[in-house]
Design a protein around this ligand. Structure first.
Ligand SMILES: *[C@@H]1O[C@H](CO)[C@@H](O)[C@H](O)[C@H]1NC(C)=O
Ligand SMILES: *[C@@H]1O[C@H](CO)[C@@H](O)[C@H](O)[C@H]1NC(C)=O
Ligand SMILES: *[C@@H]1O[C@H](CO)[C@@H](O)[C@H](O)[C@H]1NC(C)=O
Ligand SMILES: *[C@@H]1O[C@H](CO)[C@@H](O)[C@H](O)[C@H]1NC(C)=O
Ligand SMILES: *[C@@H]1O[C@H](CO)[C@@H](O)[C@H](O)[C@H]1NC(C)=O
Ligand SMILES: *[C@@H]1O[C@H](CO)[C@@H](O)[C@H](O)[C@H]1NC(C)=O
Length: 371
């Protein structure tokens, strides 16, 4: 009985999802932000399989990529710097698409000549700096013509990448993107079928669900589960699956940052408590290493708690500053979730925010324990 099912399943899978040459079986990816304090040579590259250098931007006149001239040396040295620590690392150039609907990305999408300029430039730039692949980050879900054209872009991009590899006799560039949380009721979506066919994987941006600069009540920005009716990673991944995207090309995002809210009513520290905006930093965002040194600066007075129901770490300072973030426990639980649910791996945002590689080692360790 079971043996009769196998050929059928294999056929089904091969129709659903194309695998590209040298597809990895477990992705441990991390973003390096060129504006971060650390340099590429500081990255413990042996903790990762893929490192993404962020960001290149899209020129609004000719849709070619450009890199901020003050940062260009970081992109041109990136591949060689990280390869010293991990000779088998794969490096990707990450392109910022602009999160707003009226971005240059939107106007690029709607004409095939603009898409071609963008695609050709992305391949040329990636090759110029020695990257193994290309990532598109920040792309918002769409509807109607824009959604169709988003799908066309992915189709044309893969075709160009395949053709360039054939012409140049080089291995095909990896092509990936990041995508955001969708509610079941959202009319906006992604071209999931064409993502599945044309991308090596998609990074589910599993953080920043609630942020103090936008939301006037406290919320967990990256909870794995619940609370019921609140955006969380498990329900987001289930919604992507419901819309037809399979787990086998899905990589879970892991935040190396948290957010601090100012509470309106001191002591009211649950989720959904009234808040009057960011605390501690300008927009309330805090790198993991800043959170750890902030907690330490209070001695024993401030203690962070791990809530394993929601998979979040949180603490309150002086009953008024409410902070939620991912510590070692949350990172481990999420990597373990990715394993149990048959995802392809994880993608850290961003490596420069780690505290002495504690979070990166937590994810890595779990890979060894649960192969
Ligand atoms: C964008 O392209 C235009 C036209 O080729 C060029 O003049 C301009 O310098 C470019 N801008 C950047 C930031 O690369
Ligand atoms: C380029 O880098 C400089 C210095 O880091 C920064 O002030 C500027 O905003 C950057 N420009 C863009 C387009 O990112
Ligand atoms: C594409 O978008 C740009 C900017 O939104 C607009 O000016 C242009 O008319 C659009 N072109 C097409 C063919 O829809
Ligand atoms: C590869 O070569 C073919 C034939 O010369 C050409 O039509 C095609 O545009 C090339 N592809 C790329 C991506 O350069
Ligand atoms: C908080 O935001 C919600 C939704 O945007 C809005 O309905 C409500 O009036 C806001 N409350 C305050 C106190 O600003
Ligand atoms: C997690 O938070 C919920 C809701 O506040 C609470 O009921 C539960 O006891 C907490 N669990 C832990 C382990 O702190």
């Amino acid at each position: 009985m079971a043996s009769n099912l196998i050929p059928f399943l294999l056929l089904f899978l091969s129709l659903q999802s194309q695998s590209f040459a040298d597809s990895p079986s477990w992705v441990k990816a991390g973003y390096y932000y060129s504006g971060s304090e650390i340099s590429a040579s500081d990255i413990k590259a042996n903790l990762f399989t893929h490192l993404l250098c962020a960001f290149a931007f899209i020129n609004s006149t000719n849709y070619n990529l450009f890199i901020n001239s003050s940062q260009e040396h970081k992109f041109s040295n990136f591949h060689n710097s990280v390869k010293l620590q991990n000779p088998s690392i794969s490096t990707l150039l990450s392109i910022w698409s602009g999160r707003h609907k009226s971005s240059v990305f939107s106007s690029m999408l709607n004409q095939s000549s603009s898409r071609k300029s963008f695609i050709d430039s992305s391949i040329t730039t990636a090759r110029l700096y020695g990257f193994h692949g290309i990532d598109l980050y920040g792309a918002w879900p769409r509807e109607g013509t824009e959604l169709v054209n988003f799908g066309n872009l992915l189709k044309e991009w893969r075709a160009a990448i395949t053709s360039e590899a054939r012409n140049s006799s080089k291995p095909e560039l990896i092509l990936v993107m990041g995508g955001y949380y969708l509610k079941a009721s959202d009319s906006l979506s992604y071209p999931f079928d064409l993502m599945q066919r044309n991308l090596d994987w998609v990074h589910f941006v599993a953080y920043d669900y609630y942020v103090p600069s936008k939301d006037n009540v406290t919320g967990y920005h990256a909870a794995l589960y619940g609370p019921p009716a609140w955006d969380n990673t498990d329900s987001g991944i289930k919604e992507w699956r419901r819309r037809g995207f399979s787990s086998t090309k899905l990589v879970i995002g892991l935040p190396y940052h948290g957010y601090a809210w100012t509470l309106v009513n001191p002591g009211n520290s649950g989720v959904g408590a009234e808040a009057s905006g960011p605390a501690i930093t300008k927009d309330g965002s805090m790198a993991y290493k800043l959170i750890k040194s902030y907690i330490r600066s209070f001695g024993d007075v401030v203690v962070s708690h791990y809530n394993d129901t929601f998979v979040v770490n949180q603490f309150t300072v002086a009953s008024i500053n409410w902070v939620n973030f991912d510590d070692v426990e949350a990172i481990k639980a999420k990597v373990s979730y990715a394993r149990k649910n048959g995802l392809l791996g994880y993608n850290v945002f961003q490596v420069g925010n780690d505290d002495n590689w504690v979070l990166s080692r937590a994810g890595e360790l779990l890979n060894i324990i649960q192969p």
